[in-house]
Design a protein. Sequence first.
Length: 195
Amino acid sequence: MKAVEHFLEVLIFNSRWLLAPFYVGLVVSVALLLVKFTQEFVHIVAHIVDFPESELVLAILTLVDVSLLGNLLLIIIFSGYENFVSKINTSGHEDRPDWMGKVDFSGLKVKLIASIVAISAVELLRSFVKIAIVPDDRASAAQWTIADTKLAWKVCIHAMLVISGLGFALMDRIAEGAKDTRKGSGRLDLDAGSE
């Protein structure tokens, strides 16, 4: 019976490698984003003389949006792989990011939601710039259009993302405070190794 138990434990432990193809797929996604970034950049450079200032701002915000998404993917790739698959052995490399190997699952959640909020903020800013470009020829300011409804939804979604981010940060702070209290009281910290 011990042999069966040991086999199951080894099988379950090694099953973490099933996640590795997911992270390789995300690396390919970063390469695809690079193609899209390059395409947009070449388009901007080719039409720099023709672009009005507001269109140039929109194009640059698109570049910012794509780069933020690339950053988000790298955080997920590095942290996810190190937390769930295996340690990345680059400790002696001079270009190793300081946060690499230090972001646990809790920190990953906060970084993830912060990146999503930043991407949402850029998208919302792009929507506001588009409003400034389109002349307002409506008969009444109280009249709602489809564009107004979409913008209102974007504002609501962004607000919910900000509230969610604050909620995650607050929960992590409360959990850290509870962990510190347990350690200070001399009680056994059963969940310290689970993170």
